[in-house]
Structures are given as C-alpha cells and as structure tokens.
Design a protein around this ligand. Structure first.
Ligand code: FMN
Length: 326
C-alpha cells in the first residue's frame, strides 16, 4: 500500500513514481531532466550545469525543458551566506530561484544554508520546497523553517556525500516530523528492491543520481557510463582532494595517483575559520574544471558515482529506468 508520505511526494512533484533524478554536475543536461519527468519520475535542474557546462542561457534552458516535456520538473538552489567570499554566488542563486518561479517551476530543491527566506518566497508563489540535509539537527531546523519535504543525504551517494547510512539518518529524523511528511533517500539506490526496503523504513521515495548518469539521455562520455556499469561498490572511494569536502568517486588511476586526501597545508587552511571559505571556493573552482573535462573527454577520469553501482548493469533509456521502479 502506498504511504501517506509517498502520496504527498507524488502530489508535490507531479510524478507517477517516487523517483527523483537529483541535480548533477556533470550530468544534469536539460534532455536528461526532461526525459526523467516525461517518463513519470521527476527531474531536477542543476543551474550551473545547465549554464556553464551545457551552455544554455538559464531562462532559455528552462524553456527548452518545457518544450521537451509537459510534465513538471524542479530546480536546485544552493543557499549561500552573503559573506565577501560568496556574495556573488548567493545573489546568482537568488536569481536562479526568481527566474524558476517566473517560468512556472513549482518545486525547488534547496541545498546548504537556512531555507527560511526561500520557503517564504516560494510558498507565496505556490511553490514547494524540499531541503537537502545530512543529519537530524539540520533536518529539525529545516522542518521548523517550513519546508515541504526533506532529502536525506547518506554515505552511499555519488557526488559530495553524507556521513550516515540511509538507515541511521531516517531513524534519527523520522521521530522529528509527522508521519506523512515526505522524506527522500539520496544515495545508493538503483533498484526497485532497494526502494521497497527504503519505503519499509519510512522513506517516501528516493533521489537517484548515478543510475541516471548511465542512461542514453545523460550528456557525459560513454567511457563514464561504462565505468559506472562495470564498477562495484568496492571501487567507490571518498576523496576531499577535488572539492575540499568528501566526494564519492570511482577509484580510477587518475584519482588514486595523487592520493585521496588534501595535503597538510590545504587541510590546515580548510580547518582555519579565516581561510576556510576561500579555500573551499578555490578548490570547488578547480573541481568544476575537472568535472567539465570529465563530462566530455574520456581520458579525464574524475568520475563521481555512488555505491548504487552494484545495481547498475546496463546503460538504459530513462523510460526503462523509471519503468523498473513501477
Ligand atoms: C556526478 C554527480 C554529480 C552530482 N552533482 C551534484 C550537484 O551539483 N548538486 C547536488 O546537490 N547534488 C549533486 N549530486 C548528488 C545527486 O543529486 C544525488 O543526490 C546523488 O547522486 C544520489 O546518490 P546516488 O548517486 O547514489 O544515486 C551529484 C551526484 C553525482 C553522481
């Protein structure tokens, strides 16, 4: 039987199946976002991937997705502090949210920061907000800020990863929210069997990334897709060398050669309050450049992926992926 929380997730997203394709840099090309929603799941735009990586004007990119599907899709908004180091990016993300709302997007998935202001603006416009969290403390704060659902990031996910397992984080968060409040599981999901297990634990649905990279519609190299198909979860390692925080990647020679951890000086700069934000920004800039190359050049093997690789055996169409979750 479908739970009240799953019903809310389906209503909030307009999806038929409680499977969301999370924002990915690289990977969230507009064709992928549209294909997931069109198939009955729910695609989420990564604005920087849409613009910087895939070369679309942001508003025109949203319009392109609307031209490819009449189904709803969401947009990921990163909430950044308005400090000197990140003021420019904070403003840019506010603009991404405003334009998404103007273009009729009815679902924002927010990351980092406090979602209070964006919830107020979104709700005034009939837009739902789900917020990414990786622990119970942040979940409580986001719930109190009035978000409509939470995306619980776990330690099996591809990209920048959480620290707790899917089981640990829902055990800590579920008691803090009403029973029908939608909690999504982000990390390690690639099969219907896994989704069923998560729903038994109380999750409303799942956000997938890695599974959707290995689809015909994802705009990354075939080498990247095949590496996901061939990898097993023991090939997935964490490194903080790329972005300054732990990213989950396939352990290719290119990743392992330089070591998986930042050197002593960078670690010190990342720990020191006065230099932390700028160091992270600098590393993140470098990571984006590597991910840009990895998206289009098969020789550049900085391939982010999660432990769900164990359940991925073929490159499929988004329709086939979604149908497997019916
Ligand atoms: C290649 C890749 C890039 C990602 N980039 C982002 C990102 O830019 N922003 C974000 O919020 N999440 C990002 N994620 C996380 C996904 O949105 C999603 O939560 C995650 O992939 C789910 O775990 P899974 O990969 O095990 O399915 C990324 C994941 C991958 C695999």
């Amino acid at each position: 039987m479908i739970s009240a929380a799953t019903k809310r997730l389906l209503k909030d997203t307009g999806a038929r199946v409680p499977v969301v394709c999370g924002p990915m840099y690289p990977g969230s090309n507009p064709e992928l976002v549209a294909a997931v929603s069109d198939a009955g799941g729910f695609g989420v735009v990564q604005p920087i991937a849409l613009t910087r990586l895939y070369g679309h004007d942001y508003r025109e990119g949203l319009r392109l997705i609307k031209s490819l599907t009449d189904k709803p899709f969401g947009v990921n908004i990163t909430i950044l502090p308005k400090t000197a180091a990140s003021a420019k990016y904070a403003k840019m993300n506010e603009m991404f949210a405003d334009i998404a709302i103007e273009e009729g997007v009815e679902f924002l998935l927010t990351s980092l920061g406090k979602p209070n202001d964006i919830v107020e603006k979104a709700h005034a416009n009939g837009v739902k907000v789900y917020h990414d969290v990786h622990n119970a403390k942040l979940a409580k704060l986001a719930y109190e800020a009035g978000v409509d659902g939470l995306n619980l990031l776990n330690s099996s996910m591809g990209g920048q990863t959480g620290a707790h397992t899917a089981e640990e984080i829902i055990a800590a968060v579920k008691p803090l929210v009403p029973d029908d409040f939608p909690l999504m599981c982000a990390g390690g999901v690639a099969t219907k069997k896994q989704l069923n297990h998560l729903q038994d634990l109380g999750y409303a649905g799942a956000q997938l990334g890695t599974r959707f990279l290995a689809t015909h519609e994802a705009n990354v190299t075939d080498a990247y897709k095949q590496a996901i198909v061939k990898a097993s979860s023991s090939d997935i390692v964490w490194t903080n060398k790329l972005a300054g925080t732990n990213s989950s990647v396939i352990n290719t020679p290119m990743v392992s050669e330089g070591g998986l951890r930042t050197n002593a000086l960078v670690s010190f700069l990342l720990r020191t309050p006065a230099t932390k934000a700028l160091t992270r920004l600098y590393l993140l800039q470098g990571a984006l450049e590597k991910y840009d190359q990895a998206a289009f050049d098969p020789e550049i093997q900085y391939w982010q992926a999660g432990k769900g690789v164990d359940g991925i055996h073929d490159v499929l169409g988004c329709n086939e992926v979604i149908n497997e979750f019916e």
